[in-house]
Design a protein around this ligand. Structure first.
Ligand SMILES: Cc1cc2nc3c(=O)[nH]c(=O)nc-3n(C[C@H](O)[C@H](O)[C@H](O)COP(=O)(O)O)c2cc1C
Length: 223
């Protein structure tokens, strides 16, 4: 797959088929993930793959509970504000995210592949997000989609206990990644504020200098 196609069309997919992700595909996803940089090349990361239905059932129950907590959390109001700034219809954007999040929650146990990312000294995710995004791009090349979610942080102790994580050695959960073959179709992430709105040059108040109203890659142009 062309690198630009992967960059422009790797979207978060919350609706997926229950078909398993073959082991060789899992290998390609994780082997690409560990090629990513980390501070000092310390690689203090751990990727815990979960496929066991019994563990998924336990996680499903925890996930449902955490999602309720997230909605009650005043911090999630920040999401609404951010959406407003994108210029998208706020109510409509929230409705879409909530609907696909509800679907994801209801079908949690059918998600074929969960990968929990743990790290020591993650610096707010700085040491693991490059690897996480490598995983999503590698998955995209395999036709596998998914979503990352921080929702389980509301029950981190419970999750780490369930998964046997050696927290006494400093290991903390960064995020959970859910992977599977998507039900939806891939498309360019067009609902983004354009570069000239979020970039400047030499000084915060100075314009970037070029307006890029439309994505610079499209399926037609890229094909
Ligand atoms: C740090 C981070 C945390 C996220 N947490 C969640 C989450 O808890 N649940 C979820 O459904 N999506 C989550 N997402 C996915 C975003 O909602 C998604 O990237 C955004 O809505 C854009 O969607 P798109 O990539 O499909 O265009 C998260 C993304 C990031 C980068």
């Amino acid at each position: 797959m062309d690198v630009h196609e992967a960059l422009y069309t790797t979207r978060m997919m919350r609706r997926m088929r229950p078909d398993p992700v073959p082991l060789e595909t899992q290998c390609r996803i994780l082997d690409a993930a560990i090629r990513a940089p980390s501070g000092g090349n310390a690689q203090r990361w751990h990727f815990l793959v979960v496929e066991d239905p019994k563990i998924k059932a336990r996680l499903h129950e925890i996930y449902r509970r955490c999602r309720r907590l997230e909605y009650e959390d005043p911090a999630s109001a920040a999401l609404g504000k951010a959406l407003h700034e994108t210029g998208e219809d706020h109510a409509e954007a929230m409705r879409k995210i909530k609907a696909s999040g509800d679907y994801f929650t209801d079908h949690f146990e059918e998600i074929p592949l969960l990968i929990f990312v743990f790290a020591v000294d993650d610096l707010g995710g700085a040491n693991t997000y490059p690897a996480i995004w490598n995983a999503f791009l590698a998955a995209r090349a395999e036709g596998v989609g998914g979503v990352m979610t921080l929702v389980l942080r509301y029950a981190e102790d419970e999750v780490t206990k369930l998964l046997g994580v050696p927290v006494e050695q400093g290991w903390r959960m960064t995020t959970m990644l859910a992977f599977g073959y998507p039900l939806g179709r891939w498309g360019v992430a067009a609902n983004r504020r354009p570069v000239h709105e979020v970039a400047s040059r030499d000084h915060w108040d100075q314009p970037f200098g070029v307006e890029i109203p439309d994505p610079l890659w499209s399926p037609q142009a890229g094909a």
